[in-house]
Design a protein around this ligand. Structure first.
Ligand code: GLN
Length: 261
């Protein structure tokens, strides 16, 4: 039975290996499995074929060469966001206190603080599930002393100012949500993806709030969707000057850097 699965669905090699933690060659040569392995494998394959994202099955996702714990209900870190990390690493001045809005698993802010030992951070996260996970990841990487995770929505957050804000907001439009692959549309949290009809709603809310959260001259680094950059520049133009953009590997203008005037 294993061989039929394996030859018909090459992707299942990967599930097999990840789910039961054995190498493919072992499996092929030994051709024997315990009952619990069989159970786990068949559950894993059924979930996977139903579109369930693999990182939720294995409990781990890779981001910028590190592994982060993930869990269903929490948005999975994306490769595009490595551009946000790269921009933040390069642009944020020394010894800054950085706010991340919508921390999710914590992958971006944790990677940033690990790569820049001079920075301190606050991760704001509206979902309690995600905030808990971000704390676990921060604890795993032992940066609890430099990162505070707060389970709160950014609109009601106040009383503190920062030198820089980083954010990967929900930016997909209604049509893009409809066109998402099944595995994203049905299994990942909608609130991390859905930017309203135009995809820009979160940016408008953010633009209302940044002045309160940034010191004057402070930086805002935001991830944007395909073909959104000009519209997002427009949204922030009343209070912020666009300074530069970072592009992803496909040439998409992916991260915008603004400075508060
Ligand atoms: N880039 C993500 C995706 O296509 C969307 C992320 C977001 O809305 N922030 O799944």
């Amino acid at each position: 039975m294993e061989k039929v699965f394996l030859s018909r669905f090459p992707e299942s090699f990967y599930v097999w290996k990840e789910v039961i933690g054995r190498s493919l060659s072992d499996l092929w040569l030994q051709d024997e499995l315990s009952r619990s392995e069989k159970k786990l494998l068949s559950l894993g394959l059924r979930c996977y074929w139903a579109g369930f994202p693999l990182p939720y099955l294995t409990g781990e996702a890779r981001f910028a060469e590190r592994i982060f714990k993930v869990r269903p209900g929490v948005f999975l870190p994306r490769q595009e966001s490595e551009v946000l990390l790269e921009a933040a690493e390069k642009e944020i001045p020394s010894n800054s206190k950085v706010l991340e809005i919508g921390t999710g698993t914590g992958a971006v802010i944790i990677s940033l603080l690990l790569n820049r030992a001079d920075l301190k951070g606050v991760g704001l996260e509206i979902s309690s599930k995600a905030a808990e996970l971000a704390c676990e990841n921060a604890c795993f990487y032992q940066i609890g002393s430099r990162l505070k995770v707060i389970n709160q929505d950014f609109e009601s957050f106040s009383g503190e100012k920062f030198q820089a804000i980083v954010c990967n907001p929900p930016y997909l439009s209604f049509y893009e949500i409809m066109a998402l692959p099944f595995s994203v549309r049905y299994y990942e949290p909608r609130e991390a993806l859905d930017g309203g009809e135009s995809g820009l709603e979160f940016y408008y809310k953010l633009s209302e709030k940044v002045r309160e959260l940034l010191f004057s001259g402070g930086l805002l680094l935001v991830e944007v969707g395909k073909r959104q950059s000009d519209m997002v520049k427009e949204v922030f133009s009343p209070f912020m000057s666009w300074e530069k953009s970072y592009f992803d590997g496909l040439g998409v203008e992916r991260v915008l850097v603004f400075r508060l005037r």
